[in-house]
Design a protein around this ligand. Structure first.
Ligand code: PBG
Length: 331
């Protein structure tokens, strides 16, 4: 019979396992922590009343009318969530996306209702045209091309209307050039100098937005978004995008999606040190949900591991459909 010695036989100067020996010591040396107040919960606001329609590819995510969005934000607040990001699903869409700056449209109405009912919940609004154009593109088309500068004019109108409704932060997600500076100038001009800008600075042309386009009915009717969103192969270019948005006045910069771009999050944080957000997008969420529903992964652990990784990579702010579930898991 082999004798297993209990006396140490290796003269190790450092045993890494000592610091993993108990829950208490593991907690003492834990480098990365999650807290509900770093999460932002996206909400999809539609027309009507009493509407709460689940998005098929995103279990647990709903199209909500304004009254239901207010209920969702209060419930999220009870879970410890302090910020929401609003997307609009207007009934009316046209060539130039005019509902994007209609003061009576879902987003503007929701901002007013949220600021009235849950004033301490931070309200961030997505600024883009893709949910508002009948062709589903992020901007004004000239032929089959998205014209940058006319699109920026429309985005500025949208951002101003969100600020006028009371949004705390506007978040341009369109990837047109010069939109951050143009929005900043117009906000200041109109007395909204305290409205912050969170720019989707490094937004990649990603397959992981698929479920979102179901949720927001914003898939382009032809073509794709390669003429403005970034090539997944490029990281140095992300630094140039971020640098330019910061120069134009962005307060917070975002990398999107999150997990496939952890290296980009790290480089952006290290290079600029500005508040950095990461968007754990619809497809990233849907993959975890689908695997969990099949019993293939432990959802709670996979969720927390994923969010921890995003945080560890350098994100200060995590935008995620898991916000409420994660907050509850951390409680
Ligand atoms: C554009 C926008 C998109 C997302 C956020 N803002 C979609 C797109 O660029 O096609 C994606 C978010 C997600 O997938 O969760 N308004």
């Amino acid at each position: 019979m082999t004798h297993i010695g209990t006396r140490s036989s290796l003269a190790l100067t450092r045993r890494q396992r000592r610091l993993r020996a108990s829950p208490a010591i593991r907690a003492l040396v834990q480098e990365t922590r999650l807290a509900p107040d770093m999460f932002v919960l996206p909400l999809f606001v539609c027309e009507g009343e009493g509407v709460r329609r689940e998005v098929p590819s995103m279990p647990g995510v709903f199209n909500l009318s304004v009254d239901e969005a207010v209920r969702e934000a209060s419930a999220a607040k009870a879970d410890g969530i302090k910020a929401v990001l609003l997307f609009g699903l207007p009934d009316h869409k046209d060539e130039v996306g005019s509902s994007a700056y209609d003061p009576q449209a879902p987003v503007q109405s929701a901002v007013r209702a949220l600021k009235r009912e849950t004033p301490d919940v931070l309200v961030i609004t997505d600024v883009c045209l893709c949910e508002y154009t009948d062709h589903g593109h992020c901007g004004i088309l000239v032929g089959d091309q998205i014209a940058n500068d006319p699109t920026v004019e429309q985005l500025v109108r949208a951002a101003v209307s969100h600020a006028a409704a009371g949004a705390d932060i506007v978040a341009p997600s369109d990837m047109m050039d010069g939109r951050v500076g143009a929005i900043r100038r117009e906000l200041d001009e109109r007395g909204f100098e305290n409205t912050a800008i969170m720019s989707y600075a490094a937004k990649y042309c990603s397959a992981f937005y698929g479920p979102f386009r179901d949720a927001a009915a914003s898939a382009p009717k032809f073509g794709d978004r390669r003429s403005h969103q970034m090539d997944p192969a490029n990281a140095r270019e992300a630094l140039r995008e971020v640098e330019q948005d910061l120069e134009e006045g962005a307060d917070i910069v975002m990398v999107k999606p999150a997990v496939p771009y952890l290296d980009v999050i790290r480089r952006v944080k290290d290079a600029f040190g500005h508040p950095t957000a990461a968007y754990h997008v619809s497809g990233e969420y849907a993959m975890l949900k689908a695997a969990a529903r099949n019993g293939w992964i432990d959802e709670r652990r996979a969720m927390l591991e994923t969010l921890t990784a995003i945080r560890r990579a350098g994100a200060d702010i995590i935008i995620t459909y898991y916000a409420r579930e994660a907050a509850r898991a951390l409680a």
